[in-house]
Design a protein around this ligand. Sequence first.
Ligand code: CP
Length: 311
Amino acid sequence: MSALHLLDTLSLTSGDITSILDDARLFLTATGLRTSVPPTLQGRTVTLAFFESSTRTRLSFEAAAKRLGAVTLLFTPTGSSVEKGETLGETFATIEAMGVDAIVLRHGVNGIHHEMSQNTSMSIINAGEGSRAHPTQALLDASTLLERLPIRARMAPLDGYRIVIVGDIRHSRVARSNVDVFLKLGAEVALCAPPTLAPDDDTMKGLQYFDCIEDACKWAHVVNLLRIQRERITADIVPGIDEYRERYAMTTERAQRYPDIVITHPGPVSLGVETDARVLTMSQSLVHRQVTHGVAVRMAILQRLLNPPTP
Ligand code: CP
């Protein structure tokens, strides 16, 4: 049997998404994570391979795999044979030969996850791919929102909810995956960004666009903040900090004026830029709960790929 992968959200149906989120819910409690879960991945090995920096995604995948009883191996490019010129294909073949079942890959090159999936028997899980996709972030964001937002008489899980994504959308893999998942779950989705950080491709065509967060706040139930991805920006296209905060930040004062708006952010947060430390502690912020959902959703994904239910 060929390995199952999670390469993006585009290949997931709304039924696939709700099934993953239903599984994830079983690993959550009202305030944290279940302490005792069946070790369904005992005997399986998962490698974490991060070619870009990460705190949340890397640690939560490691926690998820261990909670399910899997062994984890950490591959870091620095200090590895990548520094001697080894190709990614050869690195993958080497890891596969050690009996690894799944590889959780973060890489800056768009398309590399699909390319690597063509020639491996390991499951590949996309943990962040350039500016193209961050599927597990989108799934954990949806999971957190579904827990918080009151259930309505819905056709789809997020039917009737308006979500605006605010910030550096142009360089954001989170925005691209989140738009796809939120739309599939029935939400109305809008974008809010400075013109120089608005999308310049077709991936988010046709969405409503706000050019200041104040207008977006009058429309939205949920504000999904993004940080400015300075590591992907070469030209001088970032507005000054005062202008950015005035037009695009969820400042403490703005959050207090819109207490019913639910605030999310994938992290890491640039404090004092897109939002403030105080906002993260407000009850309308889901930022820390998102991290908890990250572990549960990644447990559900690992289980689905490595120990799928028999039909
Ligand atoms: N949201 C997210 O991907 O965070 P990390 O870069 O810390 O993994």
